[in-house]
Design a protein. Sequence first.
Length: 425
Amino acid sequence: MKIKIKKNQMLDWAKELFPICRSLTGKGIQFSLRYFQKINPEFKLLEFKSGSKVYDWEIPLEWNIKNAYFRHIKTKKKYCDFAKNNLHVLGYSAPIKKILNKKDLINHIFTQKGQPNSIPYVTSYYNKRWGFCMTENQKKKLPEGKYFAHIDSNFKKGKMEISEAILKGKLRKEIFFSSYLCHPSMANNELSGPVLLNAIMLFIKKNFKNNLYTYRFVLLPETIGSIAYISKRFNLLKKNTICGFNLTCVGDERGYSYVESRKGNSLADKAMEAALKKFKKVKKYSFLNRGSDERQYCSPKVDLPLVAFSKSRDYPEYHTDKDNFKVVTKKGLDDSLKVFKNIINVFETSLYPKTNFICEPNMGKRNLYPTISQKGNYEKIRTRMNIIANSDGKKNFFEISSDIGEKLEKTLNELKILKKNKIIF
């Protein structure tokens, strides 16, 4: 497949990648990783050979699939056609080419009974089995008789790939972004995180030619990928990471949510709290409700200062064929990008602001304060003065912004004004 790139359009990137059948390994994820290399050439590939050990885990065999379906022998009607929807096949399914009766076939069909009109996403990565996925209502209508089941898949000793990019800054201290790229055709659960991560990279490169902090980005298969990456970069991650974000399910318009770090008090927790201050429909989950690669990044012996950011973390279309572009929208993706634009702007403006003055500076002579003293005038610049009052060089700006109680975008604009006028540094 020829790689086409539409610049700076997250929704278009996601739509181009949507039809591809991705998994932990194989041609689908390999193509997708290379697609993002065209957007951000800084990405370099790391390879892990099948069978190699990563802590308590083992890199699986490389899996690829060409076609799959089952067909009623008498009517010749075809069901679970992989060519029409790649969710119709159990992820990492073993190959099968066999005639069997309906009763035996049913034992290899997966449905979501609570959502009878949805095709579920189901996998069996580490135990070989074969299977199909279809709606519960479709399964109920299968006629009696014999069926020919065909899954044209294969396993081989190959590799698992991870993409890593580093935007070096003046400081070695790193802000870490991770997202996974291992699911087939699901828009929010699969593609929204990677397209947002790439848009964040483009934003940094465009707006901060001499960035202060170093930014690390990874795209990988979920769970086994993050475990493998930690095994490769453990010392660097532990030494340099001061803040991190796992991006998942970030493309809808239904709200905002995040899973706090294991201890709940990291710089990433403070950044997310400030970034979502005064937003509507924000839900914070404790680490007890972890679900994605934060499980690995925040595990006790790794314990990175990282949170998982989502829009709607629990939504009915999750892990079904209904997770499509009715769920993910341009506005949903753009709103997520705005969150991280503000966070990055804080890092690159003044993470630990410190006033240049003993006592309050004379703001009036700098046209930063009303020169007529009258009741009500002070309210207009209260946020500005509160930033100065909290800028002791020890308190990070995310904490300052949260304490002030304003949206981060507003306090950030005031911070930039104060820095431009050399009130703080």
